[in-house]
Design a protein around this ligand. Structure first.
Ligand SMILES: *[C@@H]1O[C@H](CO)[C@@H](O)[C@H](O)[C@H]1NC(C)=O
Ligand SMILES: *[C@@H]1O[C@H](CO)[C@@H](O)[C@H](O)[C@H]1NC(C)=O
Ligand SMILES: *[C@@H]1O[C@H](CO)[C@@H](O)[C@H](O)[C@H]1NC(C)=O
Length: 286
């Protein structure tokens, strides 16, 4: 009995991350809500509007993690997103977008990296589990060397800093973390062939456990070096500084290749039709 009690206390102490502290709901007129003392944030979508939120802080580099349970049942036409974005017309952005589907049909995880306002770097994946059945962990590592996207700790995409003018890398603009649920029936599901069925609305997705091991920047437009890494996580032993120099490890390359071989749906780097005058430079750098 005593042992059980102390284990439960431990569980509560370590798992709670109060989203009120790190996140503001920014749109949707009541359709996004924080529940259970900020342990869970739900976003919903109906025919009138979607909803969304963003982090209070701006970050210049970090490892950002969130757990997400997607819209279940018929989610065709809906897009649930988790992304980092800076401000202005030459913004940087790193995207996870989950494209819904008819009941029983697979979601697509759509990713993009936009640097100085230029994107067109889409890679898409099926997932190796049902993302609507339970929470899974999605994370973005962003440091001066690389950007790596992870699903349950498995790297699915890497975008390196080649230190080249032709391939700009986000180095100077602080970004906020955003999340949302919105309608994109004109392109999301089978390229727009399957529309949203509003009789299933409202659609709802849930977020929890946002962890940012990151450099918080008070003036978002000011370039600065990351000298004071910070964590909103109670568990401060958790990689507090190592993310700033982290790269894809050798054993992770095998995992990334496994994902690409088995689950990749689209890769802009192999779309010769779209880039008849040559693939983007980062696709051909060795
Ligand atoms: C939806 O399911 C179809 C198969 O019916 C599949 O071709 C498609 O890639 C799936 N995902 C999306 C987002 O369209
Ligand atoms: C939308 O969903 C309703 C209820 O589930 C169903 O009866 C209807 O046929 C669906 N409409 C379309 C266009 O699939
Ligand atoms: C705390 O961080 C350490 C080091 O990364 C990790 O091994 C441990 O599982 C974490 N504990 C919790 C409860 O997240």
């Amino acid at each position: 009995m005593v042992a059980l009690f102390s284990m439960m206390m431990l569980g509560v102490g370590l798992c709670v991350s109060d989203l009120h502290k790190s996140i503001d709901i920014t749109w949707g007129n009541g359709r996004a809500q924080m529940l259970n003392n900020g342990q869970v944030l739900t976003v919903s979508l109906d025919a009138a509007s979607g909803s969304g939120f963003r982090s209070k802080d701006h970050y210049l580099f970090g490892h950002f993690q969130i757990q997400l349970k997607l819209v279940s049942g018929n989610s065709a036409g809906t897009v649930t997103s988790f992304y980092l974005q800076s401000e202005g017309s030459t913004w940087d952005e790193i995207d996870f977008e989950f494209l819904g589907n008819l009941t029983g049909k697979p979601y697509i995880l759509h990713t993009n990296v936009i640097t100085q306002g230029k994107g067109s770097r889409e890679q898409q994946f099926y997932l190796w589990f049902d993302p609507t059945a339970d929470f899974h962990t999605y994370s973005i590592l962003w440091n001066p060397l690389c950007i790596i996207l992870y699903v349950d700790g498995i790297p699915i995409r890497e975008f390196k800093n080649y230190g080249s003018r032709n391939v700009p890398f986000p180095l100077k603009q602080a970004m906020r973390m955003y999340g949302s649920l919105w309608d994109a029936e004109d392109w999301a599901t089978r390229g727009g062939l399957v529309k949203t069925n509003w009789s299933a609305a409202p659609f709802t997705a849930s977020f929890r456990n946002f962890i940012a091991n990151a450099c918080v920047q008070s003036i978002p437009s000011a370039a600065s070096s990351c000298t004071h890494p910070h964590s909103n996580n109670n568990n401060n032993s958790d990689n507090e500084k190592t993310w700033i120099t982290q790269r894809l490890k050798r054993y992770e390359v095998d995992k990334l290749n496994w994902v690409h071989r088995n689950f990749m749906v689209y890769n802009y780097c192999s779309d010769l039709k779209r880039f008849p005058h040559g693939l983007p430079p980062e696709c051909t750098v060795k």
